[in-house]
Design a protein around this ligand. Structure first.
Ligand code: SF4
Length: 137
């Protein structure tokens, strides 16, 4: 049986990043032959556009680079992504590291200076609470 795994859309090569680009990854590309990937992009699912202003998590809120609170989009996107994973009965996801949505374990610290802090993205947090296995790439 081909395993079904959730994946950040940008890692699969989809141009869904804030800057309209992707995070194509060779390992993911190689796995494609053996894994049934279901891609999610919580930020787009939450209603944010491509391209969009980048955001980071500060004091439990998601703030974009021009100071707007965009937390509600991230929460909505996380919920939608989680619903997709549940519907597909997915127990494992491969998520893009450091992102305010998909980051796991380490994320940017909210100062937009490429400094990392301990923590999870909004979606990763939701997935973790549902006992979904997270691989950070
Ligand atoms: Fe990639 Fe996740 Fe950001 Fe979407 S929200 S661009 S899938 S890291």
């Amino acid at each position: 049986i081909t395993p079904k795994v959730g994946i950040s859309g940008c890692l699969l090569g989809k141009n869904v990043k804030y800057n309209g680009k992707n995070n194509w990854n060779k390992v993911v590309e190689l796995l494609k032959e053996r894994v049934n990937f279901i891609d999610i992009c919580p930020e787009v699912l939450g209603g944010l556009s491509i391209p969009r202003i980048p955001s980071e998590i500060r004091d439990e809120k998601v703030i974009n680079k021009i100071g707007e609170d965009v937390t509600k989009y991230f929460l909505k996107g996380g919920e939608k992504a989680l619903n997709i994973l549940k519907k597909e009965n997915i127990k494992t996801v491969i998520l893009k590291s450091k992102s305010p949505s998909c980051g796991y374990g380490k994320i940017y610290d909210g100062t937009f200076s490429k400094v990392l802090k301990d923590g999870n993205g909004i979606s990763s947090n939701m997935f973790q609470k549902e006992d979904i296995d997270i691989v950070s790439l």
